[in-house]
Design a protein around this ligand. Structure first.
Ligand code: C5P
Length: 306
């Protein structure tokens, strides 16, 4: 039986600027996404129904019912195509679950690309991007990969030029954080501080650092408006961030809504040394070394296309 496999990267946000709360419950963002070499693999096999199974280190934390974003993605694609299709999706999970690295979004993007190919739909990328935006704010970037700035909810993307590779270490925390809860905590902290929330602005110096491959400047410019909220919910992450800084990280930041922490390294060896040191921390479940940017998902058939 033929099947389609796609590898989908995780992301880190190198700038996450959160604007005021909107009437629809979302926030307008300036969200600079950067795809990194931690991959989930989604395999779509012919089947009568849309089902999912999950294997890998974090598999026990992923729902296999309607709450699974890959199932929702496959259903949304079939609906868009106007027909009933089936596929069994096998997700090989390497991206931490509820970790702030868009693992669920990666699986949804993988399901869209894999099923588009398996079902022979041939839908253009723009259609997949539209479906992706309805599935979640980060799903369009998971389809795109590379480095891009997202505005609106984060789903309106413009690709950004970069030079060379940036090297990262990621400290995976024990347990996850709910994105919605972290945004709600951010709103509460802003309200109690009584600050006027400014409209989010692109950091031109950060974009310049990405464009020229200047890791030292990028490290110094990393920002995440959700970090204070994530640290309130998980105070032990302060120790994780401090440990990475003590090992010479060029920048240390909570990844997205957390609780994964991201550390920019000077080179690949430094990223591995950082990961080795972070993995010893009691606050850390695992640590990974990775690089970015990496491209978004591309489909490949396991046997000749029927
Ligand atoms: O879009 P997605 O379903 O991934 O978002 C999860 C939650 O994160 C939303 O329900 C919302 O609470 C919060 N969110 C937000 N503003 C954004 C993106 C997400 O408030 N731009």
């Amino acid at each position: 039986m033929s099947s389609v496999t796609v590898r989908v990267p995780a992301k880190v946000n190198v700038q996450l600027s959160v604007g005021p709360l909107r009437d629809d419950g979302y926030h307008d963002l300036v969200n600079v996404f950067h795809a990194v070499s931690v991959f989930d693999e989604v395999v779509a096999k012919e089947s009568d129904h849309i089902t999912v199974s999950v294997v890998g280190e974090w598999a026990d934390q992923v729902p296999v019912d309607d709450g699974n974003l890959a199932i929702q993605a496959a259903r949304a694609l079939a609906k868009h195509a106007g027909r009933t299709y089936g596929a069994h999706l096998v997700i090989h999970k390497s991206i931490p679950v509820a970790g702030g690295m868009a693992g669920g979004s990666a699986d949804a993007a993988g399901a869209l690309v894999a099923c588009n190919e398996l079902w022979g739909l041939g839908l253009p990328f723009e259609d997949l991007m539209e479906i992706a935006g309805d599935l979640g704010s980060d799903v369009p970037f998971s389809l795109l990969g590379g480095t891009a700035v997202g505005t609106g909810r984060g789903e309106q993307l413009s690709e950004l030029p970069t030079t060379g590779s940036f090297h990262w270490a990621f400290a995976v925390a024990q347990g996850g954080l709910s994105t919605a809860e972290v945004y709600a905590q951010c709103d509460r902290q802003r309200e109690s501080a009584g600050v006027e929330v400014p409209w989010p602005q692109v950091d031109d110096a950060l974009l310049e650092a990405l464009s020229t491959g200047d890791a030292a400047t990028l490290g110094a410019r990393l920002t995440n408006d959700l970090q204070a909220a994530a640290l309130t919910l998980r105070p032990e992450l302060v120790r994780t961030l401090d440990a990475g800084r003590a090992e010479g990280a060029l920048g240390a930041i909570v990844s997205g809504s957390g609780p994964t922490c991201a550390f920019l390294a000077a080179d690949a060896d430094h990223a591995q040394r950082l990961a080795d040191a972070l993995s010893q921390l009691p606050t850390c479940r695992a640590a990974l070394a990775a690089h970015g940017p990496v491209p978004g998902p591309r489909p490949s058939w396991s046997s000749p296309r029927p």
